[in-house]
Ligand binder design. Structure first.
Ligand code: SF4
Length: 227
């Protein structure tokens, strides 16, 4: 069990510093070449791996060009094109509906505000934050996915459970210049070392500051359960 820094802000600082050293090239792993492709990839990535999404979008982005083509696609055909993705039927519905709104209400352009984005089908705050950050260079929040949620709790940065509350707390302690990178660092560390089921605490650069470190910590603070 490591000893966290005295304040959450100091803890966030040391976490960022160590992870930046460990993952100097950390960035988004979804592949896309324009804002619409980014939006679609992020919608598809809900509860699905980025790797699987990248495999599927390689063909998808060749077949469909622009929001009108997605909006006009028959539901069954688009669902079939997405069939290796989790919840592909629902996601096909979201994509068709979001693209219809993009054509009818936004002149065919992916909107650049949180409220307009979250009005689109299948787009919550997390998806909107990713699109704003990577599509429009607008950083107004922190993307809280399952890795950010788990690591923030394990590292004692928050005790909140819900992503939107975790985001609010993180925004208080993570310097705003790091709001975007914090997510990518947590994702890289969550994939490489601090995995959900079997974190490799013995080989973790945060072990000495992590209150969940498995050596003698009784509890995984992410779940609140004993290790
Ligand atoms: S791998 Fe272990 S020590 Fe490292 S952050 Fe995760 S729980 Fe803490």
């Amino acid at each position: 069990m490591g000893t966290p820094r005295e304040t959450n802000a100091a803890q966030a600082e040391v976490v960022i510093e160590r992870l930046e050293e460990e993952y100097p090239d950390s960035t988004i792993s979804l592949r896309y070449s324009n804002r619409l492709e980014l939006l679609i990839a992020v919608i598809l990535s809900a509860q699905c791996t980025d790797e699987r999404v990248n495999q599927e979008t390689e063909h998808l982005f060749e077949k469909y060009d622009g929001p009108q083509e997605y909006a006009n696609a028959p539901q069954e055909e688009l669902a079939e094109d997405l069939s290796s993705i989790t919840y592909y039927n629902n996601k096909a519905t979201y994509i068709r509906s979001a693209c219809e709104a993009i054509v009818e209400e936004h002149d065919g352009e992916v909107p650049d505000t949180m409220s307009a984005l979250t009005d689109l089908s299948g787009v919550g705050r997390k998806t909107a934050n990713v699109v704003l950050q990577h599509g429009h260079d607008i950083v107004e929040g922190i993307v809280v996915d399952t890795h950010v949620q788990r690591l923030s709790r394990r590292l004692g940065l928050t005790e909140e459970q819900r992503p939107e509350k975790i985001e609010r707390e993180l925004m208080e302690i993570v310097p705003d210049g790091y709001w975007q990178q914090f997510t990518h660092l947590c994702i890289d560390h969550g994939r490489a070392t601090c995995t959900a089921r079997n974190p490799d605490c013995d080989d973790c650069v945060l072990a000495d500051v992590c209150p969940s470190e498995r050596g003698d910590a009784p509890i995984d603070l992410a779940s609140g359960e004993p290790w």
